[in-house]
Unconditional design. Structure first.
Length: 173
């Protein structure tokens, strides 16, 4: 469950709610869960060593359990990315965008990706990640072609037609 994040302003570190004020549950893939469990075992050794003076329950922590400052984690990741010769500016947030982009490119529904990323609505996701959804226009054209060949008419809405307004009804050509 994602319900808080650790933030830093200057040297001040604090927990805050997500931007949209909503907690969310995400599924962690087995490969990541395996790594997290191994990491937890290492932390358990530190927890036993520090006993009652062990602080917090953070994933990114010092041996005594205190949270690593977000700026420290970001700097370490940026250094790693530079050593891997990734483009300048690549960051932890870049990984978030990569995750969202790859999910959409793999065909995961926009609404599911939006919920996973914690966006307030799918419109936010569609706006930010539109580049990750290529080729869907071909699928739309194919679906329309199939629909037309079947000769089906869309169901009527039951509304009275108003000749002064543009019609929302579909027309078979």
């Amino acid at each position: 469950m994602i319900g808080r994040s650790l933030s830093q302003v200057g040297q001040q570190v604090f927990l805050k709610e997500p931007k949209n004020k909503k907690f969310r549950v995400i599924t962690i893939p087995p490969s990541a869960l395996k790594k997290l469990n191994a990491h937890r075992k290492t932390q358990d050794q530190y927890r036993a060593h520090f006993a009652e003076s062990y602080q917090g329950n953070f994933i990114f922590s010092n041996p005594d359990g205190s949270a690593l400052k977000p700026d420290t984690v970001s700097a370490a990741v940026s250094l790693l990315f530079r050593s891997l010769k990734l483009p300048k500016g690549a960051s932890l947030h870049t990984l978030r965008h990569t995750h969202g982009s790859q999910l959409l490119a793999a065909g995961v529904p926009l609404t599911d990706v939006s919920k996973r990323l914690g966006h307030t609505n799918p419109h936010v996701t569609a706006t930010v990640y539109a580049h990750a959804m290529p080729g869907h226009d071909d699928a739309a054209a194919d679906a329309w072609e199939k629909f037309q060949k079947q000769g089906k008419q869309p169901a009527k809405s039951g509304r009275k037609s108003d000749p002064t307004r543009a019609s929302a009804d579909c027309v078979t050509l």
